[in-house]
Ligand binder design. Structure first.
Ligand SMILES: Nc1ncnc2c1ncn2[C@@H]1O[C@H](COP(=O)(O)OP(=O)(O)OP(=O)(O)O)[C@@H](O)[C@H]1O
Ligand SMILES: [Mg+2]
Length: 352
């Protein structure tokens, strides 16, 4: 494709997504307005609008204005104006909500958590157990494996899977990362409802699929679409727990852009703390919870005080050998109890 045509296609793609996101927020506002008897559901819906607007405006700010054509700038200005107006409405609705209603709405407002840390720190064990425990508390949970060397499905209690999103969920888009995106007309909520796998306790599982399987394209095709689902999942009463790949590569690529809370998992090894220090700047303005995992009697890492400690427990190793979910294999383990306290922490953080 000639350079001009390539540029035009790229711009079409940027405008396509600005419009899709604006429509997504429009649909959320319509839902909030429809439920707008002064009741808890409308407050919850407006909290969802507020969050989605904040998240999309953060993305919009990354479009380079100085290198954008007039038509991209026009779409961008229109996008920002529409989102800002929706955000202002949501702000008024939340600010004027009855305090008891607001407390109730916040208690049901979904958490958006990304787990990061060095390889082997315990991200997958903690993500899966957290997801299952949240679901047992009656919450709607999507657990997402953002690692192309996946392990979350097994740890949730599902059979191992190499599959990413099915063909109906994705379409070719030459300007998208790796050339694929979430199908036009398919909302992130529909995508979860139709294509996520139902895991024990009702957790919904989504993954990128595996690199290195017979079909090497699986993960490439799914990656942009899964991230679009995460970023655009407006449903205010859904929790999202995402298990990122080890180390800084995908946090650097902003795979946690959907999150408003980061759980940094750190093991006792010095290198685990070193990785954590490298990851800290990527947390940005999100809430941060530092979790020490697998510690026995090792000293704390300087400058990285933990918010929560999860002890070493040999039963976990056995669960892994058997390919079972830790919460099924050793429900009484200290690890499962400590992850329960993590669930308390992340849910409580949302109340503020
Ligand atoms: N608290 C713990 N006590 C004992 N073993 C643990 C504990 N937490 C995790 N493990 C074990 O450590 C190994 C690594 O855990 P896990 O797979 O969750 O780490 P990870 O951070 O997801 O790793 P990767 O970066 O490779 O995806 C697993 O064998 C797991 O069973
Ligand atoms: Mg893992």
């Amino acid at each position: 494709m000639p350079a001009d045509a390539q540029l035009a296609a790229r711009e079409d793609w940027v405008i396509h997504w600005l419009d899709r996101r604006k429509d997504g927020v429009g649909a959320l506002v319509a839902r909030a307005v429809a439920g707008a008897t002064p009741g808890r559901d409308s407050t919850l819906a407006w909290l969802g609008v507020q969050r989605q607007v904040r998240s999309f405006l953060r993305q919009a700010a990354t479009v380079p204005r100085d290198r954008s054509s007039e038509r991209v700038l026009a779409a961008l200005d229109d996008h920002v104006a529409a989102l800002s107006a929706a955000g202002a409405r949501a702000h008024v609705a939340v600010a004027t909500a009855d305090p008891a209603t607001l407390v109730d709405a916040r208690s049901r407002f979904g958490i958006r958590v990304a787990l990061i840390g060095k390889g082997g720190a315990g991200k997958t064990v903690i993500s899966s157990t957290l997801s299952r425990l949240l679901a047992r508390r009656g919450r709607n949970v999507v657990a997402v494996d953002l690692d192309v060397n996946p392990g979350l499905a097994i740890s949730l209690g599902l059979p191992a899977t190499d599959a990413g999103l099915p063909p109906e969920a994705i379409e070719e888009a030459p300007s998208a990362p790796y050339g694929w995106q979430l199908t036009t007309g398919l909302s992130p909520e529909e995508a979860v409802a139709r294509f996520a796998t139902v895991a024990p306790d009702g957790v919904r599982y989504l993954g990128l699929g595996k690199i290195g399987s017979a079909d090497k394209e699986v993960a490439r095709r799914s990656v942009a679409a899964v991230r679009q689902i995460l970023l655009g999942l407006g449903a205010p009463d859904w929790d999202v727990v995402a298990d990122l790949e080890a180390g800084p590569t995908t946090p650097f690529e902003n795979y946690h852009d959907f999150s408003d809370h980061v759980v940094m998992v750190i093991g006792p090894a010095w290198r685990s703390a070193m990785t954590a220090r490298r990851l800290l700047p990527m947390v940005g303005d999100r809430r941060l919870t530092i979790v020490y995992n697998r510690f026995r009697d090792e000293p704390d890492h300087p400058g990285l005080p933990p918010d929560l400690r999860i002890p070493f427990d040999a039963d976990l190793t056995q669960a892994e050998r058997e390919g079972r979910a830790p919460i099924d294999a050793c429900p009484g383990s200290a690890v499962v109890a400590a992850v329960g306290r993590l669930a308390d922490l992340v849910v409580a953080a949302q109340q503020r």
